[in-house]
Design a binder for this molecule. Structure first.
Ligand code: HGY
Ligand code: MN
Ligand code: MN
Ligand code: MN
Length: 409
């Protein structure tokens, strides 16, 4: 019976649109930074939908939220979900698709009067983006016991505020203890956020693994001085060091090649004035690779470069690791399941890695896990132009429905 079951695409689109109203940016797109007021609005709306669907809602001490649908038998649930926090220039689909498609699966089963053997659970995890409070995937990392709750709560963000205080302010502190998850299997639907599916003309990605991630914050300290009177030989120019590092990152990743990518996403100079040699520069370096040895090599060469640079320029450098996750392989049987469910529904499907980090890479530490990708138009994400065709959103949600039914009989 369940092979013929289909989700309601229009209803899914309406929820995506409705959630996108919260934290909507004037020119389009969304900003719901973790534990911000906008994040709280999103949390409230999704929890309202969970309750309206009859789910038993709980929140843990990290603010992770779970909507449980009992099965015919008790036991660890088949879980799906993702995140609803966004980057500062976020789109409508990053994270939210996985959460709202999970709710759509529940509503479809409710309408069909179907009770699965195993319980189902739809979750959203706190602070997946990590762009306000590093590391990324913080909520799911704490959930699986990969980061102590106390450490997460004490984390200071880019605005100097502590996670604990911001969570308190938005009511995102639940009672449920963290670190002892009991999950039968986890599957996350997510937009690809890259160009591969679109360029390949394929609808569904069966994700085999997530690449390794390394985030570092570098702070160069020199001496501020007059831009006109200070001879070049006397300068201790922190700004120059930052720019030289940015150029080196591009040269490094080009030289390593393969899947290696590198980004300087945040840069701040002080005093940031046209006629003052900067005495302080802070920048972030995001390095990723599917090959951990190459990623480690990139980190090492970056470290060697900045030490030599600081020595040569007579400035100090402080390096702070913001995140480091090895590449994560998903359970082959789970990847097969995504592939076979997609094919059974008549969708083209390909196996592929994930360039982005996801909550699924944390759940993979505690249960069989995989991901379903759908195409991103022009490969764009973390950009207000982020878009996925309705037919592809619907296809992904239908694959999710079938995979969850497969897992929960
Ligand atoms: O950075 C990432 O890959 C994720 O979107 N947080
Ligand atoms: Mn995401
Ligand atoms: Mn993201
Ligand atoms: Mn993600």
């Amino acid at each position: 019976m369940h092979e013929s079951l289909r989700i309601d695409g229009a209803r899914l689109l309406e929820r995506l649109r409705s959630l996108g109203e919260l934290g909507a940016l004037p020119g389009g797109g969304v900003c719901r930074l973790a534990f911000s007021e906008e994040d709280a609005w999103g949390r409230e709306r999704v929890i309202g939908w969970m309750k309206a669907l009859g789910l038993e809602v709980s929140m843990d001490a990290m603010g992770n939220v779970f909507g449980l649908r009992p099965g015919r038998e008790p036991g660890p649930p088949v879980m799906t979900g993702s995140h609803i926090d966004t980057v500062r220039t976020g789109g409508l689909y990053d994270g939210t698709l996985g959460v709202l498609a999970g709710l759509e699966v529940v509503e479809t089963l409710n309408e069909a009067g179907m009770t699965t053997q195993r319980p189902l659970c739809v979750a959203f995890f706190s602070n997946e983006e990590g762009s306000r409070f590093a590391p990324d995937m913080m909520g799911s990392l704490v959930y699986v016991g990969g980061m102590a709750l106390e450490e997460a709560l004490a984390t200071k963000g880019i605005d100097g505020e502590r996670v604990a205080d911001c969570m308190q302010a938005v009511g995102a502190c639940g009672e449920q203890a963290v670190g002892r998850p009991d999950v039968h299997a986890f599957v996350e639907l997510h937009i690809e956020q890259g160009p591969v599916l679109e360029e390949s003309g394929i609808t569904i990605g069966a994700v085999e693994r997530v690449q390794g991630i390394s985030w570092t914050e570098l702070t160069f300290t020199g001496v501020s001085n007059h831009a006109g009177t200070t001879p070049m030989r006397m300068r201790r120019d922190a700004g120059h060091a930052a720019m030289a590092t940015g150029a080196f990152v591009r040269e490094l990743v080009t030289r390593i090649g393969g899947d290696q990518v590198g980004t300087v996403g945040a840069l701040a100079l002080s005093p940031n004035l046209v006629n003052v040699v900067p005495n302080c520069a802070t920048l972030t370096v995001d390095l990723r690779n599917t090959d951990n040895d190459q990623l480690t090599r990139a980190e090492r060469e970056l470290g060697e470069f900045i030490d030599a640079l600081a020595e040569r320029e007579g400035i100090q450098v402080e390096s702070r690791q913001l995140a480091r996750f090895d590449p994560v392989p998903f359970d082959p049987a789970m990847v097969d399941r995504v592939e076979s469910c997609a094919s059974a529904l008549g969708h083209s499907v390909m196996r592929m890695p994930s360039g982005a980090g996801h909550d699924a890479q944390m759940l993979a530490r505690v249960c069989p896990t995989s991901m379903i990708f759908v195409p991103s138009v022009n490969g764009i994400s973390h950009n207000i132009e982020e878009f996925t065709e309705s037919a592809d959103l619907e296809a992904g949600a239908n694959v999710l429905l079938q995979v969850m039914l497969d897992l929960s009989r």
